[in-house]
Design a protein around this ligand. Structure first.
Ligand code: F6P
Length: 458
C-alpha cells in the first residue's frame, strides 16, 4: 500500500544520514553524518531517505518510533543484516569490485555463502518493499551501491510507474574478475541493477566495466541507460569548516608533534584493505632508507580510522598497519623525532588540520571508486600540496595531469614519487595544487545529485 505522505524523491542506502546511541540514562543520542549524498540531497524538497538500522541504538530508535524528519530506518533482523552487510556486501562484493581476493585460496563459494546470499536477498527485498510503500506516483528513487544491487529489479516489479536509478560508489570489476562469482549470482546482480532506468558510476572506467560484464554475460544492458557522475569535493563547506576554532586547536597540537622545520606527508583513510596503507608505509620506510637526508626532516601523518571491525580480515589489516608503523618508529625514530604519527581515533576536525598542514598528500589505493581525500587536501591545504596519487583511484581521471601518478603495487616508485613531491619547487607545487583544487571541485555534491535526478527524469 502506498503511504498517504508519499515522497517524490527517495534515496535508499545501507548507511543512513543519522545514527543513534543509547545513553546510560536510557535516552537516545542522535548523530548526523556527512558525505556527498547528505549535502547532495539538501538541495531537494519532498524527499525521503530509506536506510538500515545498523546498531542496537538504531534498532531501539525504530522500536520507540524515534526518527528524523525525512528518514525511514528499517529494522531488518540483526542476523539477516549481518549476513547481508558483513557476509555478502563487505566480504564478497567489496572484494570482487576492488579485486583484493588472495585468489589461490579464496573466494570459496559454499553452503555458508548460499545461506548468506539468501539473507542478502531478504535484505534487498525489505528495502524494495519499503520504497514501494513510500514512493509517490511516478517518483524518482535513487538506490545506492553494492549493498542494494537487487533492489531496482524487485522494485520495478512492485512499482512499474517509478523512475529508478542505481548509483555505484565503488569501482566495477572487469568481466574476467567478476566471473569469480558463481554464474547465477553474477547474473542476478547484473539483472538486479538493470531493473533501473539508469545505472550510474563515478568514472567512465567503472561504467565501461559494467557494460562489459552485461555484454559478455547477458548480451547487453537492455533498456537501462548508463551514466557517469564524478562526485567532487564540497569547496564551500571544506573552506569554511577547516577555518573553525577546533581545527586551529588541532593544528597547534599537530605542529607540536611534527616539530619545527619539518615537512609533512599526510594520508587519511578508513582502515580498509583496498586503501593500501601498508604499502604506503613501506614506501615511506624506503624513502627514509634510500634518502637518509629526509631523516629528522619529514613526518608521515597517517590517520587510519577503523572500519568494519566485525570482520577478522579488516581487524587483521588494522593490526598490520599499527605493526608496520611501530616498526618504522622503532627503527628510525630518535629522541626528538617520531617518523610516523599514526592516529586511529576518528576525528574530522583533526583530519582537516592535517589537510591544512600537508606538504604532500599520499593517496595510493589498490582500487577506489573515487577517493575524496585526493580531492579535499588540495582545496584545504594552506600552502598548496603535492599529490602522490594511485592510477587506480577514480580521482585519477580528473586529477592525473597535476598529480604524481603511481602504480600502487610499486613501493619503490611510490618512494621516488614521495621524494619528488617533497622536493618540488614551491612555485610549481602551488600552481599544480591550485589546478588540482579547481578540478576537484568542478562538480560539487548538490550539482552531482541534481544532475542524476535530471538525467533520471528526462
Ligand atoms: O565506497 C563505498 C561506500 O559505501 C561509501 O559510500 C562509504 O563511504 C563507504 O563505503 C563506507 O562503508 P561502510 O558503510 O561499510 O562503513
Amino acid at each position: 500500500m502506498v503511504s498517504e505522505h508519499a515522497a517524490q524523491v527517495l534515496v535508499a542506502s545501507n548507511r543512513g544520514p543519522v545514527s543513534y546511541t543509547r545513553r546510560d540514562d536510557g535516552t537516545l543520542d542522535s548523530k548526523r553524518g556527512g558525505g556527498g549524498l547528505v549535502s547532495g540531497l539538501s538541495a531537494v524538497d519532498d524527499k525521503l531517505w530509506v536506510c538500515a538500522a545498523l546498531s542496537d541504538g538504531d534498532r531501539e530508535a525504530v522500536r520507540r518510533g524515534v526518527s528524523e524528519p525525512g528518514v525511514r530506518m528499517l529494522d531488518i533482523d540483526a542476523a539477516v543484516h549481518a549476513d547481508a552487510y558483513n557476509g555478502i556486501a563487505n566480504s564478497v562484493l567489496w572484494f570482487v569490485h576492488h579485486m583484493i581476493y588472495q585468489t589461490p585460496v579464496e573466494p570459496v563459494f559454499d553452503a555458508e555463502f548460499r545461506r548468506q546470499w539468501a539473507s542478502y536477498e531478504a535484505y534487498n527485498q525489505a528495502f524494495a518493499q519499503a520504497l514501494a510503500e513510500e514512493a509517490g506516483e511516478g517518483a524518482a528513487v535513487l538506490v545506492q551501491d553494492y549493498h542494494l544491487s537487487l533492489v531496482p529489479g524487485i522494485l520495478r516489479e512492485l512499482r512499474p510507474d517509478l523512475r529508478i536509478g542505481h548509483f555505484s560508489h565503488t569501482p566495477w570489476a572487469p568481466v574476467d574478475y567478476f566471473r569469480l562469482l558463481p554464474d547465477d549470482i553474477g547474473e542476478q546482480l547484473l539483472k538486479g541493477i538493470l531493473g533501473a532506468d539508469r545505472a550510474a558510476f563515478l568514472t567512465r572506467r567503472w561504467a565501461d566495466a559494467f557494460i562489459g560484464c552485461c555484454t559478455e554475460i547477458l548480451g547487453g544492458t537492455g533498456r537501462t541507460r548508463i551514466g557517469v557522475h564524478g562526485l567532487g569535493a564540497d569547496a564551500e563547506f571544506l573552506r569554511r569548516r577547516s577555518r573553525e576554532a577546533d581545527v586551529d586547536e588541532r593544528m597547534e597540537i599537530l605542529r607540536e608533534q611534527v616539530g619545527a622545520d619539518r615537512r609533512t606527508i599526510v594520508r587519511v583513510d578508513r582502515t580498509e584493505l583496498s586503501k593500501n596503507i601498508v604499502r604506503g608505509l613501506h614506501a615511506y620506510r624506503a624513502l627514509l632508507e634510500e634518502r637518509p637526508e629526509w631523516r629528522e626532516r619529514v613526518v608521515h601523518i597517517a590517520f587510519a580510522y577503523p572500519s568494519r571491525q566485525d570482520l577478522a580480515v579488516y581487524r587483521d589489516y588494522t593490526a598490520e598497519v599499527q605493526r608496520v608503523a611501530d616498526g618504522i618508529n622503532a627503527e628510525y625514530g630518535t629522541a626528538g623525532w617520531t617518523p610516523v604519527l599514526l592516529h586511529v581515533d576518528d576525528d574530522f576536525a583533526r583530519s582537516l588540520a592535517a589537510y591544512r598542514l600537508a606538504d604532500v598528500a599520499l593517496v595510493n589505493p589498490i582500487r577506489d571508486g573515487m577517493n575524496l581525500v585526493a580531492k579535499e587536501v588540495p582545496v584545504v591545504s594552506d600552502q598548496g600540496c603535492a599529490l602522490v596519487l594511485s592510477r587506480e583511484a577514480g580521482a585519477y581521471e580528473e586529477l592525473g595531469e597535476d598529480a604524481l601518478v603511481v602504480n600502487p603495487y610499486d613501493v619503490s616508485a611510490t618512494a621516488a614519487a614521495l621524494h619528488e613531491a617533497l622536493t618540488m619547487e614551491p612555485g610549481e607545487r602551488s600552481a599544480r595544487s591550485k589546478r588540482l583544487a579547481d578540478a576537484a571541485t568542478a562538480l560539487p555534491p548538490q550539482q552531482w545529485f541534481l544532475d542524476q535526478l535530471d538525467a533520471l527524469r528526462s
